[in-house]
Design a protein around this ligand. Structure first.
Ligand code: NAP
Length: 484
């Protein structure tokens, strides 16, 4: 093993405040996507381990729910400060296990830690209401209570932020939890568990089970009526399985699923600003983001200019190991990701698309794909209809606003849309007619801890962040009181 980013004590399961090996002693490897080598290994939690984690969460629930909101908020605040102080360690670990550059990983630490700070502030603002019934007499009172023990399943693309976006509000609301991080990126979550413990989070409130048996672990925990909530970030395919599984115990569910974001550029836009925005919307996380611009829809008269300028910027990016100086773009997560992106590009080209820059995977080692711009892409090419999850920008043209909106909405997904225009009235029309949970106007980045992040249609339901984020972890009790 070339690195040991976490001490062995911290590469175990974290259950009831203790680090412990998997029952049976199993472990699995964590791979460096920059060269395919083994970075280190972690405990391979079993179904029994997952049940022990749920037992710990259930045991801790009542006492945790009874802690003062200020106390929960201050634990989160300390965790925010610790995560910020340890930003270099978190960023390095994330870069090693996931591939993104250290600079990008530092950006994720800032973003991810901010959910801890935002929800430290929300913990003390949980409130119900008091009103008189319309007919007079009865007084209507509402109280907010934590939903109870939660299961969080997170993806590999944002190993820290996808965790803190759930853990922050759950801790603030007074819920306990079992977290199952992605098998490819478990290390960041283990370090976060350590930081939350150092911040004062009591034993059993947060439990982390790394496991190669995700399906079995989730199925077993969800069959248990003591589990009250499941929050999942990942693919639409797995999300659907989890929603079905939630039916038996009627667990509350939040689903942050896949996307197929359109990026609309109108002829009246500032084209240079649109190219800047496209670089962020497309290349953040090497295109491995649910919010990544997937389809570039550009008004015909400016399409050539936009494609040329974007290709120049994309073609100048330097590929390499995320921890090396001067690298702009790291590897994709694994060989399957490279094969899938390659197939999408090849299908587009065979359907008539033109490669303006990139177009293939460079020679190994590592799971790299060259930043690619495709022009003249048919609207029904796979690269337009499927989530790419890689550094490929397919450009198609449109002739009218009506056509742009119709094409933008012609997807099963509904997470993010980006719009570049200088026409205010058009902006209002688009914000109202685009069928997406989030619309970025003249900006390539919508994510913000103070904003409600989430989608519609096959992109899921529920919101993370903002004032809405904590509601996912609260139940409402209504109390009818006799009037005086
Ligand atoms: P994934 O394959 O769905 O995996 C996500 C998580 O689910 C991982 O922890 C995985 O564990 C686990 N999992 C896999 N099969 C499971 C099952 N049958 N039951 C329970 N858990 C299971 O997705 P991914 O490839 O890691 O992530 C990419 C997807 O996430 C993309 O579609 C992306 O758009 C979406 N995403 C959405 C958002 C959002 O907020 N909307 C944010 C980020 C990513 P293993 O690692 O052990 O397989």
């Amino acid at each position: 093993m070339s690195h040991d980013p976490l001490h062995i004590d911290r590469r175990q399961l974290f259950i009831g405040g203790e680090w412990r090996p998997a029952s049976g002693g199993g472990r699995f490897d964590v791979i460096d996507p920059a060269d395919g080598s083994v970075l280190t290994d972690v405990a391979d939690g079993t179904v029994d381990d997952a049940m022990a984690a749920l037992d710990a969460a259930v045991d801790a629930q009542q006492e945790w729910a009874a802690t003062a909101p200020r106390e929960r908020g201050e634990i989160l605040r300390r965790a925010f400060e610790l995560a910020t102080a340890r930003a270099d360690d978190l960023a390095l670990l994330m870069s090693q296990e996931m591939g993104k550059t250290v600079a990008e990983a530092r950006g994720e630490v800032t973003y991810g830690a901010e959910f801890l700070r935002w929800f430290s502030e929300e913990a003390v603002r949980i409130h119900g209401r008091w009103m008189e019934a319309p007919a007079g007499g009865t007084r209507l009172l509402t109280l907010k209570k934590p939903v109870g023990p939660c299961l969080f399943i997170t993806p590999w693309n944002f190993p820290l932020a996808m965790g803190t976006r759930k853990i922050g509000p759950a801790v603030a609301a007074g819920c306990t939890m079992v977290v199952k991080p992605a098998g490819q990126t478990p290390l960041t979550m283990l370090l976060l568990a350590d930081l939350l413990t150092e911040a004062g989070l009591p034993a059993g409130v947060l439990n982390v089970v790394t496991s190669r048996s995700s399906g079995k672990v989730a199925e077993t925990l969800m069959a248990d009526p003591r589990l009250r909530k499941v929050s999942f970030t990942g693919s639409t395919e797995v999300g659907k399985v989890l929603v079905r599984q939630s039916a038996d115990q009627l667990q509350r569910v939040s689903m942050e699923l896949g996307g197929n974001a359109p990026f609309l550029v109108f002829a009246d836009a500032d084209i240079d600003a649109a190219v800047d925005g496209a670089m962020v919307a497309k290349m953040r996380n090497m295109g491995e983001a649910c919010t990544a611009a997937n389809r570039f829809l550009v008004e015909g008269s400016v399409a050539e200019e936009f494609a040329g300028k974007l290709a120049e910027r994309m073609g100048a990016l330097r590929l390499g190991r995320g921890q090396d100086d001067g690298v702009d773009v790291g590897p994709l997560i694994d060989d399957k990701a490279v094969a899938s992106v390659t197939a999408l590009v090849e299908q587009a080209v065979s359907a008539g698309a033109r490669v303006v820059t990139g177009g293939s995977a460079p020679d190994g080692p590592g799971y790299f794909f060259s930043p690619t711009v495709l022009a003249d892409v048919p609207p029904d090419a796979d690269v337009n209809t499927q989530e790419i999850f890689g550094p490929v920008a397919p450009i198609t043209t449109f002739a009218s606003e009506e056509e742009a909106v119709e094409r933008a909405n012609a997807t099963e997904y509904g997470l993010t849309a980006y719009v570049y225009t200088r026409d205010l009235a058009r902006t209002v029309r688009l914000a109202e007619s685009l069928d997406f949970g989030m619309v970025g106007v003249n900006s390539g980045l919508v994510s913000n801890p103070a904003a409600p992040f989430g989608g519609v249609k096959a992109s899921g339901f529920g919101r993370e962040g903002g004032f809405e984020g904590i509601e996912e972890y609260l139940d409402t009790t209504y109390v009818a009181l006799p009037g005086g």
